[in-house]
Write a protein that binds this ligand. Structure first.
Ligand SMILES: [Zn+2]
Length: 127
C-alpha cells in the first residue's frame, strides 16, 4: 500500500522526538535525553497494519479512523489517502516513545495515552 510507504518515510525521529520531548519536559520536567523513540518497531507496525473488518469499519466509522493495541494497527476502510497516512502515523506513534531512567540498564516507562496524544498533536498529526 502506497500510504504505508509514505507514512514510514514521514515517521522520523525529527518528527517524533521534538514533540514528545517538549510535552514531557513541559508537563513533568523530563530531560530530553531520557526520551527515546523506537523507530524500527514503529515502522514494523506500519508495515504490518491491517484494515478493520468491513462490518466494524461501517459500525465505528464515526468514532475512529484507526486503533492499535501496541502490536497491531488497524485502519478504517475507505479513508482517503491523506487520512490513511495520518492515521498510520498517529497509531504508530502510540507505544513508540519511552522515558528511560538515568541509570545504566534502567527500565523504560511507557507514556499515558493522554501524553501521547498531546505529543502527536504537537507534531501536527490529527488526534
Ligand atoms: Zn491515538
Amino acid at each position: 500500500m502506497k500510504a504505508k510507504r509514505e507514512a514510514a518515510a514521514r515517521l522520523t525521529a525529527a518528527l517524533v522526538l521534538p514533540a514528545f520531548r517538549e510535552v514531557l519536559h513541559r508537563k513533568y520536567g523530563v530531560r530530553p535525553e531520557r526520551v527515546v523513540f523506537e523507530r524500527d518497531e514503529a515502522l514494523g507496525r506500519i508495515r504490518d497494519a491491517v484494515l478493520l473488518p468491513r462490518a466494524e469499519s461501517a459500525e465505528r466509522g464515526e468514532e475512529i479512523s484507526g486503533e492499535t493495541d501496541g502490536e497491531t494497527i488497524w485502519i478504517m476502510r475507505d479513508l482517503d489517502h491523506e487520512d490513511t497516512v495520518d492515521t498510520l502515523i498517529h497509531e504508530a506513534m502510540h507505544d513508540s516513545v519511552f522515558v528511560v531512567r538515568e541509570t545504566r540498564g534502567g527500565r523504560k516507562r511507557a507514556l499515558t495515552c493522554e501524553d501521547e496524544h498531546d505529543a502527536i498533536a504537537r507534531a501536527g498529526i490529527a488526534v
